[in-house]
Ligand binder design. Sequence first.
Ligand SMILES: *Cc1c(COP(=O)(O)O)cnc(C)c1O
Length: 370
Amino acid sequence: MSRPVPNPGILDIAPYTPGKSPKAEPGRKVFKLSANETPFGPSPKAIEAYRNAAAHLEDYPEGTSHILREAIGRAFGLDPDRIICGAGSDEVLNLLAHTYLGQGDEAISTTHSFLVYPIATKANGAINVIAPEAEFTADVDAILKLVTPKTKLVWLANPNNPTGTYLPFDEVKRLRAGLPDNVLLVVDAAYADYVSRNDYEMGIELVATTENTVMTHTFSKIHGLAALRVGWMFGPAHIIDACNRIRGPFNVSTPAMLAAIAALEDTAHQQMSKTHTEKWRNWLTDEINKLGLKVTPSVANFVLIHFPLDKGKTAEDADAFLTKRGLVLRALKNYKLPHALRLTIGTEEANRLVVDGLRDFMTSNSLGSK
Ligand SMILES: *Cc1c(COP(=O)(O)O)cnc(C)c1O
């Protein structure tokens, strides 16, 4: 009997596994620190805008996300005509892959990069080429070495998830300069709002001055609107035009748009979140280091913690130990980091509980925790 067969590449995709949803021992409060969500939620103004939108749910959204593109344009100093919005940046990343990748093409990403990239690549029949990293950081020379006549796209999360590392802007420029002109460079700046380094830039200058670079961004992280699914891209006019041709006609909902605009305008809420994140990122890095665990220096709202291989002290053991206390971190086996856990920076209470938990875990002499 014959039956429908998926396109080539589809069944090679390992389904995306999101951060665990928490379950703790009875009576314990649960902290979900596994999906890089903000502990503060969105701006109260965004919640209010969302509620107000409930009065008009019978109307289709305005299809080009005009008012949201204008608001993004104002906030970042960009031409709204060179912005496209999507249902999360996931949708935008998939639009790019669908527009520029086909059977047998190659797209390059790095060893521990965001899992959406290989999925979007393979969904379009293209080959996912993996460039090695140096110190858990994208390595421009390693990427350039893998370029072939079949290369059509390079995915670069800057800062990267799940490692928390970043490339200085000079390095991103060197990558662009070393790539052939027909290769699209996608700079995913989902965590840009958390970075405070003089040598970092989210990619706007490069996009504005080249015909082959785009930058994507999201409302899911510092704006706390992950549930609403809003992301966007800034790109050259010809790329925006091509992606708009295959975009769903009403891909961003009205409540999502209105909440996103209100979130963008509440710069005090963003600043509060950034300041908190920076303070606790430093504190967590220091405290966890003191316990004898290595932490990869991060510029984002999470840290990557490396565990020993000794029985009873592995990342898997730590994950089980902390989960029992209601502290849910992200295991990273499918990111090829089986010996590490990713911790999203939480409230002061959550951060202190994690360090206490890790201290107890490291000093307990029981073998295993199951
Ligand atoms: C969280 C994240 C995003 C955001 O995805 P949305 O679909 O906008 O929620 C994009 N890129 C990376 C690397 C991320 O970690």
